[in-house]
Design a protein around this ligand. Structure first.
Ligand code: UTP
Length: 286
């Protein structure tokens, strides 16, 4: 079985749910305390053993390339001033992972974006992490998927249970076998009464390279976009998929409420911030 070494992170979406800031700032670069969302996701990939990451970006998101590049000027100045702590913060992923960039000319959907990773991926199974989905967990979420992949040698979808009344917002898993968690199909945004379960597929995937055959022949789906989920559903007719029930707290930082929850939760875990923040929260609650 081939090891999972490569990850693809599509970050070229328009971020319409987070307008107007996304007019000029990529939603994946909005700060959760003092690090961009994307940095948390890259850390998760690195802690899961990923060595090479392809970021699929677009011409309006140069800020992403800059962030993961070296800021020589700032590093030199911090060094001259002997500011070691700040210098360490500037180095972020340096030396830990190779990061590559490619641009999606037009935001035609997640499937269209991931198709651009074909040459980077080659003939290996690989991970996909959505650039606006944060998973806060003890064991990195992607590592949990990799563990299941190593057991099953199959495609894996990262899943979490969602409120039964909110299934209409998600891609809901229909199981072939509830015990083994073998997936039959995904029902996109079902009505509450039609939902086959309350388990949603959310932002973390391990797929075999044959996914590219499906991406090549994919038709437009929901929202007139090429949807990655549709390509996986086509591959399900030929290969096995399993659900990995991730032990994590999920934040959809592409939505305003998901983003705010992430900022609060991560701030409350910070020694330098939690006390003051809690004090503030109890004051405004009065
Ligand atoms: P989303 O559906 O969350 O992103 O896609 P979006 O299209 O920006 O969302 P809206 O506009 O608020 O509804 C999941 C991931 O796929 C990327 C996004 O950047 C996000 O990380 N994506 C989406 C692309 O890279 N290209 C696309 O054409 C669409």
């Amino acid at each position: 079985m081939k090891k999972i070494r490569k990850a693809v992170i599509p970050v070229a979406g328009m971020g319409t749910r987070f307008l107007p800031i996304t007019k000029s700032v990529a939603k994946e670069m909005l700060p959760i305390v003092d690090k961009p969302t994307l940095s948390y996701i890259i850390d998760e990939a690195v802690e899961s053993g990923i060595t090479d990451i392809l970021l699929i970006t677009n011409p309006y998101k140069k800020i992403i390339e800059d962030y993961f590049d070296v800021n020589y000027e700032l590093e030199k100045r911090m060094e001259e001033k002997g500011k070691q702590q700040e210098l360490n913060l500037l180095k972020n992923t340096k030396g830990k992972v190779n990061i590559y960039f490619i641009r999606q000319g037009e935001p035609l959907g997640s499937g269209h974006a991931i198709k651009l990773a074909k040459t980077f991926v080659g003939d290996e199974p690989f991970a996909v992490l959505y650039g606006d989905d944060i998973m806060k967990s003890k064991t990195p979420a992607l590592k949990q998927l990799i563990n299941l992949y190593e057991e099953k040698d199959a495609n894996i979808i990262g899943c979490l249970p969602v409120d039964k009344n909110l299934v209409y917002k998600y891609g809901i898993i229909s199981f072939d076998d509830e015990t083994t968690k073998k997936i039959k199909t995904i029902v996109e945004k079902p009505r509450i009464e039609d939902a086959p379960s309350n388990i949603a597929g959310l932002g973390r995937y391990i797929v075999k390279p044959e996914i590219f055959d499906e991406l090549e022949t994919l038709s437009k789906g929901a929202g007139g976009e090429y949807q990655f989920t549709d390509a996986m559903m086509n591959l399900m007719n030929k290969q096995e998929f399993y659900a990995c029930l991730i032990d994590a707290t999920y934040y959809d930082t592409g939505s305003k409420i998901g983003y705010l929850k992430a900022v609060i939760d991560y701030s409350l875990e910070r020694e330098d911030l939690s006390e003051d923040l809690m004090k503030h929260i109890s004051e405004i609650k009065k």
